[in-house]
Write a protein that binds this ligand. Sequence first.
Ligand SMILES: [Zn+2]
Length: 347
Amino acid sequence: MFVTERNRSKHHVYFETLSGRAELDRKESADLRRHRSGYSGECEYDAVLDAVGHDNLFVFRDIWLRIGGGEVQFDALIVADNVLAVNEIKNYSGNYSYENGVWRVRGQQISEDPVSQLSRAAGKLVKLRNESGFPFDIEKEIVFINPYFIFGGGEGGDSDGAGGSRHFIMRNRLKQYFRSLGNHTSGRSAKVLSEEIAGRIIADPYPVPETDYGRLRLGVNCFRCGSFDVEMKRFVSICRGCGYAETVERLVVRTVVDFAVLFPGEEVTKKKISDFLDGSVDLQRVQRLMKKYFPIVPNSSRTHYRIADNNPVKTLKAGGYSSHYEHDPEFMFETHPRRHKLQANYL
Ligand SMILES: [Zn+2]
């Protein structure tokens, strides 16, 4: 079973949000591409694991753990009785080689080294074993999820022995690998180890870059196409570019979340959000909606709000979003007045 959700990382969400309001430079664009590719690889990994089944296992996805005074990130940790498997997921495609600790794609060296990442992660698990006192075997694999990943070998004089590729799982062997994991039992010892891991989960400790307010485009952007050519009506905004309609309620919630993602250290006030929207939604309305969806931070001189989640969909759901003006099925949640009609239409 999946113990934790798979979410886009804090940095991934940051660059997605920044790209909606600023021109990204080369490095930022490359970072965003890398995050997108990594995340889609991880989702694909989850889908394959789902297809094979994981009732018998405790699967932690996308977590940071505190171990031995340090922090370490895991794409996937799988727990069974007396076994802890770490999977580093890579969505590489193309011709890769690995030799003497150096990865190359089409002859060009790349900056990351999955083999040393995996060793580091597994090393932390050895520490976890020592600290917790539970006996378990540690298995480590790099999962190359992309079917177009071609490994041209190498690894020649690598001191890690046949090191690298011994721990590679290619896409065409992934189901088989998951099935072999599924053959383990998961009884009391798996449960205890899972609880130990769950108790060590921390938030991603690395801060996102600082955002220069001056480079951002203010105003209302279209949820679907990103255009700033948006017409404001009383209850909905309509994109002149693609015609997409978004309720003002949803738009404000989304913008508050965007602001908090770009400026995580700042107090989020109605004035800042109104300015961020370049005055397109009036202050009272911004305030009313913020009050509905976000808790006020207590004991502070200026009213500001706590934005706990960087996912506006979750925030809307938790706040009981059910606007009558909502027509996008993706946002017509259980509580929506026309939800049943919508379902009937789909049958
Ligand atoms: Zn649009």
